[in-house]
Ligand binder design. Structure first.
Ligand code: ATP
Ligand code: MG
Length: 266
């Protein structure tokens, strides 16, 4: 079964895209066939691999027009195990385009079904809002991964995300699970980072990943060179940390699977 992981937090600039890109690259590095889907009109995940002019069709076409298949828009990357479902500014129009369609929240799930056999992992990068794009991601996913920036007021707003998660679990997608919370932009030297780490740990407890992503300028630079951190600065803390995070992600996904089998057997 393919693990489909939504990376979401409606707070802006907390490291969703940086995590989506580099976690995807790190999963591919561990031999997993991975599809990164960019559902953000800002298209930051896409621009990290391609110039806008190189993208003819995008996730907007897939979600707004059932004649465009996901297979038709998927692009390869320099890594033979990593693929991209590109985003585009036009995604901002999707809410309007789908208004009144009863199956609006299921567009992505339906589009993804035929390609899942080709991938071990699908990572969904989402915009900083809980609109139709994030809802489509959660409806189509097996897991939710929440990046939280080590900064004051970091936890504020996660209530709304968790409420949306519970609503989606209640009806369209009861199988959805929280895979984990990852602390991003951590700075060992500051008390702010240490205080918020303690706070995040007390709120999220064991769902918090052991790996923290520290603040590192290499992570900021790599997209401009159309590289992931693994090829841009393979020895940098960012590369090491995202590889460790991928290890934890794989372990949690595979443990879940074992639990399911045990439940099935009982
Ligand atoms: N660990 C890190 N160290 C240094 N810079 C980082 C790190 N993580 C993210 N950044 C930088 O912080 C900015 C915001 O990160 P990113 O784009 O990943 O957040 P986001 O949650 O996807 O934002 P948005 O909500 O706008 O989609 C970017 O400039 C990114 O390069
Ligand atoms: Mg982003």
């Amino acid at each position: 079964m393919t693990a489909i992981i939504t990376v979401a937090n409606q707070k802006g600039g907390v490291g969703k895209t940086t995590t989506a890109i580099n976690l995807s690259a790190a999963l591919a590095h561990r031999g997993k066939r991975t599809l990164l889907i960019d559902l953000d009109p800002q298209a930051n995940s896409t621009i990290a691999f391609y110039d806008t002019g190189e993208i003819a069709t995008s996730m907007f076409d897939v979600l707004s027009d059932s004649r465009t298949t996901l297979t038709a828009v998927i692009k390869p990357t320099k890594d033979p195990l990593l693929f991209l479902g590109p985003g585009r500014l036009s995604l901002a129009k999707l809410e309007q385009v789908l208004a009144g369609q009863f199956d609006a929240p299921f567009k992505l799930k339906d589009a993804m079904t035929p390609v899942l056999k080709d991938y071990d992992y699908v990572i969904l990068d989402t915009p900083p809002s809980l609109g139709i794009l994030t809802v489509n991601a959660l409806v189509a996913s097996t897991h939710l991964l929440v990046p939280i920036q080590a900064a004051y007021f970091a936890i504020e707003g996660t209530d709304d995300l968790l409420e949306t998660y519970e609503r989606i679990r209640a009806r369209p997608n009861p199988g959805l699970k929280v895979l984990g919370v990852v602390i991003t932009l951590f700075d060992r030297r500051t008390n702010i980072s240490k205080d918020t780490h303690g706070q995040i740990r007390s709120v999220f407890g064991e769902v918090l990943f052991k790996t923290k992503i520290t603040k590192n300028v290499r992570l900021e630079e790599s997209p401009a060179y159309k590289e992931t951190i693994l090829t841009f600065a393979p020895k940098s803390p960012g590369a090491v940390e995202y590889k460790k995070l991928a290890g934890e992600v794989i372990q949690r996904v595979e443990e879940n699977r074992v639990t399911h089998h045990a439940e099935d057997a009982a």
